[in-house]
Design a protein around this ligand. Structure first.
Ligand SMILES: CC(C)(COP(=O)(O)OP(=O)(O)OC[C@H]1O[C@@H](n2cnc3c(N)ncnc32)[C@H](O)[C@@H]1O)[C@@H](O)C(=O)NCCC(=O)NCCS
Ligand SMILES: Nc1ncnc2c1ncn2[C@@H]1O[C@H](COP(=O)(O)OP(=O)(O)OP(=O)(O)O)[C@@H](O)[C@H]1O
Length: 198
């Protein structure tokens, strides 16, 4: 089974690319989605976050206050590390299980959509990597618009990750997402064709 990592920077367009893969029925392991599953009410992940951050991190209905947690971790490196050490092992373990399932099903190829692919040393998990790249000014603008953030808030999120220029250097292939979504899809189709993936 060929394993392909899909990554980029925050709001660089990974989901836009992975939506295309999903719509075209490619098997996909989605780390952001798993990150939400492992902190759903009743999950041990949520319990551990409450132990570390206190009950104030919950909304009235007992679910995680994602906006508040984001506000905390993107401004405080120590809190981000503490959240990462709780949640990343749970994400990895669920990712491994999903990969095993795809392997058992005989899937010829699987994509792993992992925002923190290089930061989390996932290189050993995949055969190739695609980085979705945008300039920092486009990234900032799109992130501010999507998450309704101020420039300072959006910049703090961008700076909490490895520079996108560095990720681009490490990629097997790069999708330049500064143009239209259609142009990015065309680049993806070309890459898949080049790698003999149907
Ligand atoms: C802090 C949380 C609650 C904020 O939730 P929110 O709904 O606002 O954002 P969402 O989960 O959609 O993440 C958006 C993007 O933020 C970036 N991001 C998320 N967590 C981190 C982190 N710990 N470090 C750096 N960047 C991060 C990623 O690019 C991600 O795609 C959430 O991001 C979270 O649980 N993060 C920890 C898990 C994690 O590391 N996820 C990244 C994928 S493994
Ligand atoms: N080519 C494009 N042109 C204009 N807007 C775009 C383009 N690609 C993505 N966007 C928009 O930019 C924002 C970020 O894209 P997307 O959510 O796909 O990024 P992401 O890399 O998955 O982000 P995250 O790491 O935060 O999950 C979204 O609002 C999306 O609609």
């Amino acid at each position: 089974m060929l394993r392909i990592g899909l990554t980029g920077g925050i709001a660089s367009g990974k989901s836009t690319v992975s939506d295309w893969l999903r719509n075209n029925h490619f098997p996909l392991v989605d780390a952001d989605r798993i990150a939400r599953e492992v902190v759903a009410p009743g999950e041990p992940g949520l319990q551990k976050i409450v132990e570390a951050f206190g009950r104030r991190i919950l909304l009235e209905d007992g679910s995680l206050d994602r906006a508040q947690l984001g506000e905390l971790i993107f401004h405080h490196e120590d809190l981000r590390q503490s959240l990462n050490s709780i949640i990343h092992p749970l994400i990895r373990s669920r990712m491994r299980k999903q990969l095993e399932t795809f392997e058992k099903e005989g899937a010829p190829v699987v994509f792993l959509d992992v925002p923190l692919f290089f930061e989390g040393s996932f290189e050993g998990w995949t055969d190739k990597t695609i980085v979705v790249y945008v300039t920092e000014s486009n990234q900032l603008r799109r992130l501010m618009a999507r998450n309704n953030l101020t420039e300072a808030e959006a910049m703090a999120r961008i700076k909490s990750q490895m520079p996108l220029e560095e990720k681009k250097k490490r990629a097997s292939a790069v999708i330049n997402n500064n143009g239209t979504i259609r142009e990015s899809e065309d680049q993806l189709i070309r890459i898949l064709k080049q790698w003999g993936i149907k």
